[in-house]
Design a protein around this ligand. Structure first.
Ligand code: PRP
Length: 200
């Protein structure tokens, strides 16, 4: 197949796996502006460091900081769960740590979604032990029905039902992150896949 034909064939192929759009681009933009304004007010006189948890939160971070027009820094962490253990014991593996110490800094963790809460419970515990001046969380999405451990979240974009969502950074099997909206994945996609049901 020629390159142009391949492009034409693949264009729109991800959208076809979306059962419905849960949060469209305009709604995302509006909410990010609100979150950015609230965060800007809160940190106006503070030394702000945003910590993005890879990979899902990169689109959220990139768009959010355009609504935070005060000086700040960004840094990244990468985590990985030990499969089922993260569910039962909250064990999270750190694949990439922060580049710099955070003692005395005002740290804002930027997450794309909170599900069981285990990832954030582990991360906030680990970062709090480094003596930041403050430690807060902003998440684009929250699935409160799935919570297994309590997490204090300062700012939430949207509370959503327990459906498997993709797009705007969120993946299934590493795909769909580039969709510009949050969508619900068609169950047929994961019932036909070896990767299994992501909502269980
Ligand atoms: C997602 C999300 C959070 C975590 C939330 O990351 O970005 O970090 O899961 O789940 P929890 O509340 O049950 O701990 P994921 O492991 O899918 O990695 P990714 O961001 O690279 O897609």
């Amino acid at each position: 197949m020629a390159a142009q034909e391949q492009t034409d064939y693949k264009r729109g192929i991800l959208d076809q796996d979306v059962e419905r759009v849960l949060i469209d681009e305009a709604s995302l933009n509006r909410r990010l502006a609100e979150l950015g304004a609230a965060i800007t007010d809160f940190y106006a006189d503070k030394d702000l460091l945003l910590v993005s948890v890879l990979k899902g939160s990169v689109l959220f971070l990139a768009d959010l900081i355009r609504h935070i027009p005060i000086p700040h820094e960004i840094d990244f962490m990468a985590t990985s769960s030990y499969g089922a253990e993260v569910q039962s014991r909250g064990i999270v593996r750190i694949l990439k740590d922060l580049n710099k110490p955070i003692a005395g800094r005002h740290v804002l963790i930027v997450e794309d979604i909170i599900d069981s809460g285990h990832t954030l419970a582990y991360l906030t515990g680990m970062l709090a032990a480094r003596n930041p001046a403050s430690l807060q969380v902003v998440t684009l999405l929250d699935k409160p029905d799935r919570r297994e451990v309590d997490i204090a979240v300062a700012w939430t974009g949207f509370s959503i039902p327990n459906e498997f969502v993709i797009g705007y950074g969120l993946d299934y099997n590493e795909r769909y992150r580039n969709l510009p909206y949050i969508g619900v994945l068609k169950p047929a996609v994961y019932t036909q896949s070896d990767a299994g049901d992501p909502t269980e």
